[in-house]
Design a protein around this ligand. Structure first.
Ligand code: NAD
Length: 381
C-alpha cells in the first residue's frame, strides 16, 4: 500500500508530515512512500532528499491523493482537500473533531477513514504517538527563545568589567507539557525561573528542574469541579483571587511571563490582567501560548506582537511549532510513523485497522462511512 504527504496549504504552515527519515522507516513497514513536490521545502527537506530516501515525488496534490491509500498531513484538511478523499482512503492528521463537526461530516460523507492525531489517548503506551505533546514541547521551547529575542537583556546574570548584570526573572504560568519545556529552556539559559500551576503535584517536578514553584497562601479547594485524566478543572473563585493576588505581587519584579494555562474544552482562563501588564517594567515580554483559545493575558492579540503603552511586548503567535518547522516535522513525522507501526502489526504494508485497540479506536473519528467520534474511554490507563 502507499502512504503520501501533500504540501500543507494553510497560509504560512511550514511543517510536513513525512520526512526522508520517516519515509525510510515507513518503507521498512512495507509501504511505498509518496510526497507532493515541494512539500518539505519550508521545513528544510528537498525533493532530492526524498528521492534519495526512496520516495516518489508527485507533481500535484491531486496526483498524491489519487495514488495514496494513506494521506499523512499536519493541519486539518481544507474543503478542497476533503474533496480529494474517498472510500478506501485513510487520512491521518490533526483534526480536532469537537471543533470541526462540519469537516468531520464532510470527510465521512466521502467514505474516508480519518485518524485524528489530536485524539490519540494520553496513556503511557501511546506517548510515542502523542503529537500534541511533541508540538507543545516545541512551543514551550520556542516561546522562551521568542521572548529572549524581544528582550533587551541577557537571561543569565554576569559579572563583567563593565558592571554586574542581574539575571532575568521568568515566570511560567501553567506547567503542562509546554510549560515544563519553557521552564527547562529558561533555566538552561540561566534565568531565575518561577512556575505556577493549579495542579500542586507538578511542584516537585518544577523544583527538580532548578526552578521555583510559586506556592499560594490558600487552604481551600483549588479547583471548582473534578479534574480528570491529569487535566486541570476551572479554579474556584477564592483560589483565583489568591492566584491573581500573587501575580500582582510578582508583576513589578518579573521580566518575562510565559503563559500556557488551559482547561480542556474551555476558553483560556484570564490570568495576567491589564493592571499586571501595567505594573511590569518597560522592556518586559509576555508570550501567551494560550492565544489561540483567547489568551491568558488581557492584552493578547492572536497571531500578533503588540507593545503596551508602558513598553511591555505581548506576543500572541499561534504558530510556534511551524516556526521550528524542521524539528516539528521530524517529531510529528515520527509520531505518524509510530501510528503506522501500530496499524501494521506484520510489517507487511497491509494495515489492520483494529478498533479493539484503545489507541487506534480513540484516534479514529470516521471509519468506512460511520462517524466514530467520540470514542469510548480507553480500557487501559
Ligand atoms: P494543557 O495544555 O491542557 O494545560 C496546560 C497547563 O495549564 C496544565 O498543566 C494545567 O494544569 C494548567 N492550568 C490550567 N488552569 C490553570 C490556572 N488557572 N493557573 C495555572 N495553571 C493552569 O496541559 P497538557 O500539557 O496537555 O497536560 C495536561 C496533563 O496531561 C498533565 O497532567 C500532563 O502530565 C498530562 N499528559 C499526559 C500525557 C501522557 O500520559 N501521554 C501526555 C501529555 C500530557
Amino acid at each position: 500500500m502507499k502512504i503520501g504527504s501533500p504540501k500543507e496549504i494553510f497560509p504560512g504552515e511550514a511543517r510536513v508530515a513525512m520526512t526522508p527519515d520517516s519515509a525510510l522507516q515507513l518503507q521498512k513497514l512495507g509501504y511505498e512512500c509518496l510526497i507532493e513536490t515541494g512539500a518539505g521545502k519550508a521545513a528544510g527537506f528537498s525533493d532530492e532528499a526524498y528521492t534519495k530516501a526512496g520516495v516518489t515525488v508527485l507533481e500535484s496534490a491531486a496526483a498524491l491523493y489519487g495514488s495514496a491509500d494513506f494521506i499523512a498531513k499536519v493541519r486539518p484538511p481544507e474543503q478542497s482537500e476533503v474533496e480529494l478523499l474517498g472510500p478506501g482512503k485513510t487520512l491521518i492528521s490533526f483534526f480536532y473533531p469537537a471543533q470541526n463537526k462540519e469537516l468531520l461530516e464532510a470527510a465521512n460523507a466521502k467514505g474516508a477513514n480519518v485518524i485524528a492525531m489530536d485524539m490519540v489517548p494520553r496513556i503511557s503506551r501511546a506517548q510515542k504517538m502523542d503529537a500534541l505533546s511533541s508540538m507543545a514541547n516545541i512551543a514551550g521551547y520556542r516561546a522562551v527563545i521568542e521572548a529572549g529575542n524581544n528582550f533587551g537583556r541577557f537571561f543569565t546574570g554576569q559579572v563583567t568589567a563593565a558592571g554586574k548584570i542581574p539575571p532575568a526573572k521568568v515566570l511560567v504560568i501553567g506547567a503542562g507539557v509546554a510549560g515544563l519545556a519553557a521552564v527547562g529552556t529558561s533555566v538552561s539559559l540561566g534565568a531565575i525561573t518561577y512556575a505556577f500551576d493549579v495542579r500542586p503535584e507538578v511542584a516537585e517536578q518544577i523544583e527538580s528542574m532548578g526552578a521555583n514553584f510559586v506556592f499560594l497562601d490558600f487552604a481551600g479547594p483549588a479547583q471548582d469541579g473534578a479534574a480528570t485524566g491529569g487535566y486541570a478543572a476551572p479554579s474556584s473563585p477564592e483560589f483565583r483571587e489568591a492566584q491573581l493576588k500573587k501575580f500582582r505581587e510578582l508583576a513589578p519584579d518579573i521580566d518575562i511571563v510565559i503563559t500556557t494555562a488551559l482547561i480542556p474544552g474551555r476558553d483560556a482562563p484570564k490570568l495576567w490582567l491589564e493592571d499586571m501588564v501595567a505594573a511590569m517594567k518597560p522592556g518586559s515580554v509576555i508570550v501567551d501560548l494560550a492565544a489561540e483559545r483567547g489568551g491568558n493575558c488581557d492584552l493578547t492579540v492572536a497571531d500578533q506582537k503588540i507593545v503596551s503603552s508602558n513598553g511591555v511586548t505581548v506576543i500572541g503567535y499561534t504558530d510556534f511549532p511551524s516556526r521550528m518547522a524542521t524539528q516539528a516535522s521530524t517529531l510529528y513525522a515520527t509520531n505518524i510513523r509510530h501510528m503506522m507501526t501500530d496499524l501494521t502489526p506484520a510489517k507487511d504494508g497491509v494495515p489492520v485497522h483494529n478498533m479493539d485497540d484503545d489507541v487506534i479506536r480513540g484516534a479514529t473519528v470516521t471509519k468506512e462511512g460511520a462517524i466514530t467520534y467520540p470514542p469510548p474511554p480507553p480500557k487501559i490507563q
